[in-house]
Design a protein around this ligand. Structure first.
Ligand SMILES: C[S@@+](CC[C@H](N)C(=O)[O-])C[C@H]1O[C@@H](n2cnc3c(N)ncnc32)[C@H](O)[C@@H]1O
Length: 475
């Protein structure tokens, strides 16, 4: 028998509300702003359309359909129920992208976004949508994926309870244990704030440290405080912001166009001391070259915080935008931080994968255990595919015969083995390999599994919840 269980976070699974604009809504068109009804199925670039956002699509973009033709258009920051005028900016095969020109009727379920950067920042795109509506939207996306990609019928999903209710996170802010801010030579300002620009374009005051404007690798919105990360991590961000532009210190931000400059990224990770339960923070300066004497000022500045237990320097000489360094140096304290999940201790190094929402990881892993229906008699074999640092498999290892974990990143496999050792787990084997390249011999590498966990399909772009994990019980 094969049973597939879908896990995520919350209620309301079957209550699907799709907004279909009524004819009366659409007939109130603003004739002067909107181009005449399209005579072609494909809208033209630059054309203005009157649209109603039906739902949220992948990456949180508002999904709309051209009334006359049903052609799909996506709009950044359009929210369900919003009636607006959009201009076509890009055509892509069977859909087009539009930018919002003017809102006619505001979205349903709108709330005041608590973050001042929310209207412009690429970090959170739907903060002004109520959390309940975000959950509904996310659940709807996963259900649509199961139907369109997974080929389940809606009836099957409902009848066999394949789709479990989404589970909300108990906190909506300060939940992320990892944030990566970028340095840049020119802070990006939204149109309405351009008057705040400092006239001398070369002034250090124009340097940016923050998050990217949505969809732009080279536009950085300066951010002094981020509601996604922990409070200690925000103290570190503020301390760096306060000083790094001082010309006397000699720091230069990396320019992604000219490939010149020293500071590339500031990565902040928050874990917990396993004995005191207090937060511990890792600060990782990603630079284009190794200059520890130059970084010393910043290292001293951030290491005064008692929560900062590790300051790392990843040196990345490549022109790409990645924060993973070719070389890694520990400039202060430890080379890793720790976190506890389901009674186990995990070591997290600068670049190891760890679920970014620790609160929901705890909930998720408990759900996986429940869903997998582990018998608890040490008889079962678990196959943990895309195992990362082995966290899921290791939480199950205590009640099964053996766990086999597969993962492509060698460092993650090293971490998984270390995590097994730290927790005294001997019945787990972690193997490095590319699961896209397996052949019919793959199954000969381990005994026939009773439970298979596939931990790769993650859509954590909307809200602080986990998307889904599929447990396939093969017996
Ligand atoms: C979202 S993480 C999940 C990790 C882990 N299951 C967990 O919950 O912590 C996905 C993992 O899949 C790994 N991965 C991606 N493509 C892979 C492939 N082709 N073969 C093996 N592992 C892969 C990534 O390196 C990453 O560690």
């Amino acid at each position: 028998m094969t049973s597939i269980s879908y896990l995520t976070n919350t209620l309301l699974p079957l209550h699907i509300r799709r907004f279909r604009p009524s004819l009366s809504t659409l007939s109130c068109s603003l004739a002067s702003d909107v181009d005449p009804a399209p005579n072609s199925y494909f809208p033209k670039r630059g054309q203005t359309l009157e649209l109603v956002c039906e739902s949220l699509a992948f990456k949180g973009k508002g999904l709309c359909k051209v009334t006359q033709t049903g052609f799909v258009v996506l709009c950044d920051r359009a929210l369900p129920g919003e009636h607006f005028i959009g201009r076509v900016t890009r055509k892509k095969g069977n859909y087009a992208e539009v930018t919002k020109v003017k809102t006619i009727t505001p979205p349903r379920d709108i709330v005041d976004a608590p973050c001042v950067y929310a209207p412009y920042c690429g970090g959170c795109k739907t903060q002004n949508l109520s959390y309940e509506a975000q959950l509904r939207a996310k659940e709807e996306q996963v259900r649509d994926l199961l139907i369109h990609v997974g080929k389940f019928s809606l009836q099957h999903l409902q009848l066999h309870a394949v789709l479990k209710p989404i589970v909300p996170c108990r906190i909506q802010f300060h939940y992320r244990n990892k944030m990566e801010f970028s340095f840049g030579p020119q802070r990006w300002l939204p149109k309405e704030s351009l008057q705040d620009r400092i006239v001398d374009d070369d002034a250090n005051e124009n340097y940016a440290l923050g998050l990217h404007a949505p969809g732009f690798f080279d536009k950085i919105l300066n951010v002094d405080n981020c509601l996604l990360q922990s409070h200690p991590a925000n103290k570190v961000l503020a301390a760096v912001q306060e000083c790094w532009r001082d010309p006397q210190l000699g720091f230069s931000p990396y320019n992604v166009h000219s490939h010149k400059g020293f500071l590339k990224h500031l990565m902040l990770r928050t874990g917990r001391d396993v004995t005191t339960d207090q937060p511990e923070v890792m600060v990782n300066f990603v630079t284009s070259s190794y200059k520890p004497e130059l970084l010393k000022f910043l290292v001293d500045k951030v290491s005064v915080f008692p929560e900062v237990v590790s300051v790392i320097n990843n040196v990345n000489t490549s022109v790409g935008n990645t924060s993973v360094g070719e070389e890694e140096y520990t400039l202060y304290g430890k080379s890793s931080i720790t976190e506890t999940l389901r009674g186990l201790t995990f070591q997290i190094s600068a670049n190891s994968f760890f679920q970014t929402n620790t609160y929901q990881a705890e909930v998720l892993y408990k759900l996986i255990e429940d869903c997998a229906g582990v018998k608890g008699d040490d008889s079962e074999i678990v196959l943990d595919l895309f195992c990362g640092t082995g966290t899921i498999g290791l939480t199950l290892a205590r009640s099964v015969r053996h766990v086999y974990g597969y993962e492509v990143v060698p460092q993650a496999i090293t971490d998984a083995r270390l995590n097994a050792k730290i927790n005294g787990i001997q019945n787990a084997t972690f193997v490095q390999g590319d699961l896209n390249k397996i052949d019919e011999n793959f199954g000969k590498n381990f005994p026939k599994p009773d439970i298979v966990i596939s931990g790769f399909i993650a859509l954590s772009f909307l809200i602080p919840t986990y998307s889904y994990v599929i447990c396939i019980s093969l017996n």
